[in-house]
Design a binder for this molecule. Structure first.
Ligand code: G3P
Length: 224
């Protein structure tokens, strides 16, 4: 499963890129607005750090305008993926952008039929929002499995991108259900790296190593 960071914060992206596990980035207008900077400037910096897919969302309601914004965003870098909301106008825009061979991510997907229509319109990714389904008492994770099965049944190339991830368990479930990619906030990614037993074990190894004299340490290191 590809790991994407769901943020418009360049410092977070730079940090995780350094970990060597970052496959891509997703942004949305709410995340961009938190940064208080120009969207173009943010995108230019992100694509210099990340070579994988970088989702950038349009902020229009009519298909013509979405396509116009999408074409402009896609021209910023070859790895920009144009994020389009799941509406009727959005479907039209997905079809037109896919005919121009521009990669797209259909966002705000809350049921399997929406995902199927987005895939038929040529979306490269669909983004089911798990956390927001859980918020209203639905099991968001079932949707991932349904989309994976449906795309598999019909050999659709569209990738399932698990989004609105709120906890480490969401990440595990997305992987178990076969999501192609999972996008998560920095704090969730940090929390899936750490485990208290790893920290305790590491501290014990360091403590025991420090009990040795310098001569014992030198002798214990395997000589080349
Ligand atoms: O990738 C979509 C994501 O940004 C939405 O997350 O937590 O606002 O539901 P959230």
């Amino acid at each position: 499963m590809k790991i994407f960071l769901d943020t418009a914060n360049v410092a977070e992206i730079r940090e995780v890129a350094d970990w060597g596990i970052l496959d891509g980035v997703t942004t949305n207008p709410s995340l961009v607005s938190k940064e208080g900077r120009s969207f173009d400037d943010i995108l230019h910096e992100i694509v210099r750090i990340v070579s994988g897919p970088v989702s950038a969302e349009v902020v229009a309601e009519a298909a013509d305008e979405m396509v116009e914004q999408g074409v402009r965003l896609a021209a910023l870098a070859p790895n920009i993926v144009v994020k389009i909301p799941m509406t009727i106008e959005g479907l039209k825009a997905l079809r037109r952008l896919s005919e121009k061979e521009i990669a797209t991510n259909c966002t705000l997907v809350f049921n399997a039929t929406q995902g199927l229509l987005a895939a038929k319109a040529g979306a490269s990714f669909v983004s089911p929002f798990l956390g927001r389904l859980d918020d209203i008492g639905h099991n968001g994770m079932d949707l991932i499995g349904q989309l994976v099965t449906i795309f598999d049944n019909y050999a659709l190339d569209t990738e399932v991108l698990a989004a609105s991830i709120r906890s480490p368990l969401h990440v595990v479930d997305a992987a178990l259900h076969g999501a192609d990619a999972c996008t998560m906030p920095f704090k969730v990614l940090q929390s899936i790296v750490r485990h208290p037993l790893t920290d305790l074990g590491n501290a014990a190894f360091t403590r025991d190593w420090q009990k040795l004299t310098p001569a014992q340490r030198a002798a214990a290191v395997v000589q080349a």
